[in-house]
Write a protein that binds this ligand. Sequence first.
Ligand code: TA6
Length: 284
Amino acid sequence: MTALPPPKACDFHGLPALALSAPDGACAIITLHGANLVSWIPAGGAERLFLSEKAVFDGQRALRGGVPVIFPQFGGEGPLRHGFARGLPWEVVGARSGEDYATATLLLNDSAATRALWPHAFSAEMTVLLSGNRLDMELEVANSDNRPFSFTAALHTYLRVKEVENVSLTGLQNQRYLDQTRKGQQETDRREALVVDDEVDRIYLGVTNPVLLSQPGGIAVAMQQEGFEDVVVWNPWEEKCAALPDMPKDGFRRMLCVESAAAAKPVALEPGDTWFGRQTLVAL
Ligand code: TA6
């Protein structure tokens, strides 16, 4: 059998990255900066992730789009807002291709810079695996400290859509959520489908069902998760989008974040223990 070419190092807008391609045609790009999966094209399909054309590739800031890795803090303000993992360089520790898949693992350990913001020893691994129409992304966190710590985290997935007002998101009916546009007020979603025609910023709690994003033309993405308890749905809409310097004015129309998150309830880890959260996307 001929050896399959391993994922290749490449340059993505000046950032070091890894290009993964499976023999079945599925391909993806992950930047070492933030371990951000900035592109995913399922076999025989088209780009499924949104990346803002005004994203800043300075190797400092988080990228506006793709799948920023949020760790060790979801949300909040100040330097720990949405964690530091999305703005730091990760290291490639594994990459290979097989008959019908390609995979890569990136690693982030604590450093003097992370300990200045969050005083714990940890090791985080982000693994992506693509095959056919499926993408698995897994974040694993290990406590390498000698005392317990807790954290919140998310895979802040920006899904690309043709026109957000035509999107329907199902699978969240009767689910409780915290409405971040109303100071975290708790509500229950009674609608069969979520239609986005205004700002949406919700943390759906304890989601175990798959979530389906459908668009006219039959383009759909199914999302399932393990380890992560919450699903965050976010679209900034017109006014908040205009306030984001790294988004074009109409950018909110072409994206919807459907994030797998451990946001409402922090994960507590004892020394030596590990936790993982996985988001699986299937392009339909
Ligand atoms: O995940 C949703 C959210 O927390 C929103 O509240 C929103 O502001 C967004 O993430 C983007 O945050 P960022 O720090 O990337 O601008």
